[in-house]
Design a protein around this ligand. Structure first.
Ligand SMILES: [Zn+2]
Ligand SMILES: [Zn+2]
Length: 162
């Protein structure tokens, strides 16, 4: 089951969260996404078993550590010092034995994406978005293309069928 929860509140910059079989990706509580109150309700109604982050930009990550603590579910995220997180992830780790962690730097140095091999689906985050410095890493793009994903779920915009 895949659910797109698009941000609804701040004009042109809209940020996506995705729920894929009980794992909620990038449920930010900032103005480009949804409110913390929305996420609390959503998680209780949808049996969210874990939260995962592609990177720590505010439009994806605001309030997620607090949300995970409150729901008592694990938070899987790339390392960052200023947040207390249950589980840091790196290349090759698996989330709930299902989603493989891919290091996909470029947009952000610590950026990761999540690969669901069974459905050939990539939770891409912002891997295809330029960095604040305008950078996209060609090695990251090549690495993703080699997987031959059937679909990609991006941090902004619509799902891409390939
Ligand atoms: Zn970003
Ligand atoms: Zn973003």
């Amino acid at each position: 089951m895949i659910d797109l929860i698009a941000g609804a509140t701040n004009g042109s910059h809209v940020c996506n969260a995705w729920l894929v079989d009980g794992v909620l990706f990038d449920p930010s509580g900032d103005p480009w996404s949804r409110t913390p109150a929305f996420w609390r309700l959503y998680c209780r109604e949808h049996d969210v078993r874990a939260i995962a982050l592609t990177h720590w930009h505010a439009d994806h990550a605001t309030g997620v550590a607090a949300l995970a603590r409150e729901l008592a579910v694990p938070l899987f995220a790339p390392p960052i010092k200023r947040e207390r997180v249950f589980s840091y992830v790196t290349e090759g780790d698996r989330i709930l034995e299902r989603f493989q962690v891919l290091s996909t730097p470029g947009h952000d140095a610590e950026h990761v994406s999540f690969w669901d091999e069974r459905e050939r689906t990539l939770i891409a985050g912002d891997a295809f978005e330029r960095s604040p410095g305008g950078h996209i890493d060609p090695l990251t793009i090549a690495k993703i293309e080699m997987l031959r994903p059937a679909r990609m779920l991006p941090g902004h915009g619509l799902e891409k069928e390939l």
